[in-house]
Design a protein around this ligand. Structure first.
Ligand SMILES: Cc1cc2nc3c(=O)[nH]c(=O)nc-3n(C[C@H](O)[C@H](O)[C@H](O)COP(=O)(O)OP(=O)(O)OC[C@H]3O[C@@H](n4cnc5c(N)ncnc54)[C@H](O)[C@@H]3O)c2cc1C
Length: 419
């Protein structure tokens, strides 16, 4: 780059979904924009989203309900979501000839089911608006003068801009380039960082038994989280056993709560395998079955109740002899079986780390950021977007929507405050 080319209206650091949206939006308003990513291409994490299908956003709820799903910091997104919410991002992609489909639970995907198509649409948006794309360009830091960022530093050069947007993500899935670089910079610029922690992350289980259950997927179950004999939270849906413990949508969504509870003490989980039946209805069903199949061995009846992989553990846990005929099972034993079906118990050993986390909880303190513009209240020409912020949501497209909304706001307002 010659010296004359080194001054931009807006410099965006980080080429993930938030950075790309910010850069494209700023450039579409006429700003001269440059975007940096240390990887050899933009959107590396975006390509992994939704198992390569990219759950773009969440269309089931209105803005108020959407915000509620984000927990205590959700309110921060109010203005940004109103300006550029799920409907707008769907329009954005459809207008650019990327058809969209909406699946169960309001999950929005490209109809092609390819995250690559989402990335290509964003890259085209950047190119059409003449955004200068710098790949293999690791930003090392910033120079501050009179309370404003003057330039950013690369290995061998400095780049000057009127406004800077930090969109370098958090610490989740560091192999995609999200290594938390932004926290140190923000801290140096006197921003407070709320302690980051891995979120939407699989859970390790103490009992060795889970190793035998590896690969077992359970649908339509209720997973509840317990501490000090009190139920703390629960979710209905799908989960999966792995060699270390449990994963799948409801586990990931409960992981934040489990992480918070683990700081205070031991955490147990219970799986209700028959949530549609309460104890008494289930017990009546067992009684009926036991009469109907009175001469059947207990072990040969269990496949009617449980997936194959759970049969051995259920026999062990219930303490009922596997060869016992159903007609000789006692009331107490039947009750034990009912308890097991309604509450398969495990002890949490911990959470997996950032390597496996879908998002980072914590980040740049929202109190120091204007929620309409994403502008820093401390450094005048600094804006933030995406996962670097202390806001995150459950699975289902919420986290990308946070990126689209905050990226759009940061890009728009950084462009409008140029010069
Ligand atoms: C496996 C997986 C699946 C997911 N699926 C979904 C899904 O289906 N739906 C959903 O809503 N969310 C999903 N998420 C979450 C979503 O991907 C993230 O919330 C989102 O990518 C965050 O975007 P971002 O732009 O803030 O940061 P990132 O996507 O992390 O991008 C930040 C970029 O900044 C670059 N960077 C970092 N430091 C520097 C530096 N010093 N210099 C230059 N560049 C730098 C990085 O290389 C990176 O490309 C998923 C996450 C994972 C890990």
């Amino acid at each position: 780059m010659s010296d004359g080319q080194k001054h931009f209206d807006v410099a965006v650091i980080g080429g993930g979904p938030a950075g790309m949206m910010a850069a494209g939006q700023a450039a579409s308003l006429g700003a001269k924009v440059i975007i940096f990513d240390k990887n050899h291409n933009l959107g590396r994490k975006l390509l992994l989203t939704g198992k390569g299908r990219c759950n773009i956003t969440q269309a089931e709820f209105n803005d108020r309900e959407f915000i509620k799903k984000l927990g205590k910091n959700g309110q921060f997104l109010f203005s940004a979501l109103a300006a550029f919410g799920p409907k707008k991002i769907i329009d954005f992609f459809e207008k650019r000839k990327l058809p969209i489909k909406i699946e169960r639970g309001g999950r929005v995907f490209p109809a092609s089911e390819k995250a690559q198509d989402v990335l290509e649409t964003l890259l085209k948006y950047l190119k059409e608006n003449k955004v200068k794309i710098m790949i293999n360009a690791k930003v090392l830091g910033f120079e501050i003068k009179s309370g404003k960022i003057e330039c950013l530093k690369l290995k061998n050069e400095k780049i000057y801009a009127d406004n800077f947007i930090l969109a370098v993500g958090g610490l989740a899935y560091p192999r995609t380039g999200s290594t938390g670089d932004g926290y140190g910079w923000a801290k140096k610029m006197r921003h407070k960082i709320i302690r980051p922690s891995p979120s939407l992350v699989p859970v390790r289980i103490k009992e060795d038994l889970v190793k035998n259950l590896q690969g077992l997927s359970l649908k339509n179950v209720v997973l509840s989280v317990w501490q000090d004999n009190k139920k703390q939270d629960l979710k209905f849906g799908e989960m999966l056993f792995t060699h270390f413990g449990i994963s799948g949508p409801i586990v990931l969504d409960l992981s934040k709560k489990i992480g918070e509870l683990l700081v205070k003490g031991d955490v147990k989980i219970e799986i209700d395998l028959k949530p549609a039946l309460d104890f008494s209805v289930l017990d009546k069903r067992l009684q009926r079955d036991f009469i109907k199949n009175s001469n059947k061995d207990f072990k040969n009846y269990l496949p009617e109740l449980l997936p194959q992989k759970l049969i051995e553990p259920a026999i062990k846990m219930s303490g009922i002899n596997s060869d016992k005929k159903l007609n000789s099972i006692t009331k107490d034993e039947r009750k034990k079986l009912g308890d097991l079906l309604k509450g398969l118990k495990f002890t949490v050993a911990g959470l997996l780390g950032y390597e496996q986390a879908i998002v980072t909880s914590g980040g740049v303190d929202l109190k120091e950021i204007d929620s309409k513009t994403m502008r820093s209240k401390i450094v005048k020409n600094l804006f933030f977007a995406g996962e670097i912020l202390d806001i995150d949501g459950p699975t289902g497209g919420y986290n990308l929507q946070i990126c689209w909304s905050t990226g759009y706001a940061a890009g728009k307002h950084a462009a409008e405050s140029k010069g």
